[in-house]
Ligand binder design. Structure first.
Ligand code: GRF
Length: 202
């Protein structure tokens, strides 16, 4: 069975959605670890309730980013982690870290990349007046919101939309799509060649 580590810094609604499906036995994997860089994050409580081990690691306790990442990498190695799932982890991972887990780190982003990168993607798409936004799951490389795209789903922005309503629709879609992609990854259905990712669904 595949071991995953979820990295999160905030609320953890994606963590909870993944944990729910893991518990239901739908994903052929276990969440071995939550890695969290924010000791006040709500996701920590969600992990404890789900019986998932929590590794809280404070970037401020390390002089260099490299040392912070090495400490994380050592823990992942100890726990034999196969796949890193970023779910609202608000830090850019270095090229060295990404290379060490080549094509084994995925992220979810609440927009249709490469549009609206960054930490305020939903509000940015809304304020821009975009008619269409969505959700992207992608492999992670050393550039922000940049690696090969695994899956995307489009979500229209309606004329009478509010930001809150749009956020809600995007999160609902994320909570369905992310576990689905993890399930396919665990079954060996996700293949990557350069920037092209092919999913075989049977
Ligand atoms: C999600 O919208 C995700 O797309 C983005 O960060 C948010 C995390 O939300 N990368 P949550 O902590 O999973 O509720």
């Amino acid at each position: 069975m595949m071991n995953i580590a979820v990295f999160a810094s905030g609320t953890g609604s994606n963590f909870a959605a993944i944990a729910r499906e893991v518990k239901q036995g739908k994903l052929s994997c276990g969440i071995k670890l939550l890695v969290c860089d924010n000791p006040r994050a709500k996701v920590i409580d969600k992990a404890r309730k789900a019986g998932v081990e929590v590794f809280v690691i404070d970037r401020g306790a390390f002089a260099e980013k490299k040392d912070f990442e090495n400490a994380i990498a050592a823990r992942l190695k100890k726990d034999r982690i196969d796949l890193i799932v970023l779910a609202g982890f608000m830090r850019l991972l270095s090229a060295q870290f990404v290379r060490a887990f080549h094509n084994r780190i995925i992220n979810i982003h609440p927009a249709l990349l490469p549009a609206f990168k960054g930490g305020h993607a939903i509000a940015d798409a809304f304020a821009y007046g975009a008619k269409l936004t969505g959700v992207t799951v992608h492999f992670v490389d050393e550039r922000m919101d940049h690696g090969p795209i695994i899956a995307q789903e489009a979500i229209p922005i309606k004329d009478n939309d509010t930001l809150a309503a749009l956020e809600k629709r995007i999160h609902v879609r994320e909570h369905k799509l992310y576990p689905e992609i993890i399930r396919l990854f665990a079954r060996g259905r996700v293949r990557v060649r350069g920037r092209k990712v092919v999913i075989t669904r049977k």
